[in-house]
Design a protein around this ligand. Structure first.
Ligand code: 4GY
Length: 226
């Protein structure tokens, strides 16, 4: 999969270009490219924003630089994503769907957002990472790319995917490692038993208990309800 990220702050992706994402890129499963929207401004001062028609606070990102930036990277099979609090709320099923695409283009907004005609022209999918407002689209883009990359074949070992939170729609069961007793707290006996059936049952019960307690919304109308 190819991912293009269009931003006024390309340096903010420097730490992101490391760890799991860079390993995935070395393996050839993923190619992430960051472009500076300012490089595409035709304004003599490289200006990329302007005041909103209709008035109001703040500035709006101008259509021209973003339009030319998208055009410079677009391919016949690219899909444009605009992270924004005005989008549908991101989850694992959206991550899996996006991981099936050949080419994703992320537009990182700033100020009061981008000119609406960009969203209309490129049929951009607006995605929110939650009900709060950040100062720009860079962090949401990193969140969405990191999350979807785990579903791109060749990024993670396949068995690390299967037993995680949300793969069965429930929260993850508790994990323990050595030592067996820490600060007087012992690891649950069943995990030391070697009885794989009992371990699986224990873990499922713990997942269900935790989900009912902290995220009952995940169970409503589900096969696990009652
Ligand atoms: N929440 N989910 C979010 C956000 C910042 C103005 C557009 C969010 O996705 N994005 O808060 N983004 C805004 C700031 C321009 C992006």
């Amino acid at each position: 999969m190819r991912i293009d990220i269009l931003t006024l702050f390309p340096e903010s992706f420097k730490p992101f270009q490391e760890s799991i994402i860079s390993r995935a890129q070395e393996k050839g499963a993923l190619s992430i490219n960051v472009s500076n929207i300012r490089d595409f401004s035709k304004d003599k001062h490289k200006k990329c924003d302007d005041t909103p028609f209709g008035g109001g606070a703040g500035m709006v990102m101008s259509a021209q630089p973003v339009f030319d930036a998208v055009k410079s990277v677009s391919s016949p099979n690219s899909k444009v994503i605009y992270p924004s609090p005005g989008g549908k709320v991101f989850n694992a099923s959206i991550a899996k769907r996006l991981a099936q695409e050949n080419h994703l283009i992320f537009i990182c907004g700033h100020y009061e957002g981008i000119d609406q005609r960009l969203i209309d022209i490129f049929n951009a999918e607006e995605i929110s990472i939650g009900d709060y407002v950040l100062t720009g689209g860079e962090i949401p883009t990193m969140v969405i790319v990191d999350s979807l990359s785990r579903f791109v074949p060749g990024v993670l070992s396949q068995d690390s995917l299967v037993e995680e939170s949300f793969s069965n729609g429930l929260l993850e069961y508790p994990q323990y490692t050595r030592p067996q007793v820490f600060e007087g707290l012992s690891v649950p006996e069943v995990l030391l038993s070697g009885n794989h059936k009992e371990i699986a049952e224990f873990r499922f019960k713990e997942s269900l208990k935790k989900t009912k307690l902290v995220r009952p919304d995940l169970i409503k109308g589900d096969k696990f309800e009652n």
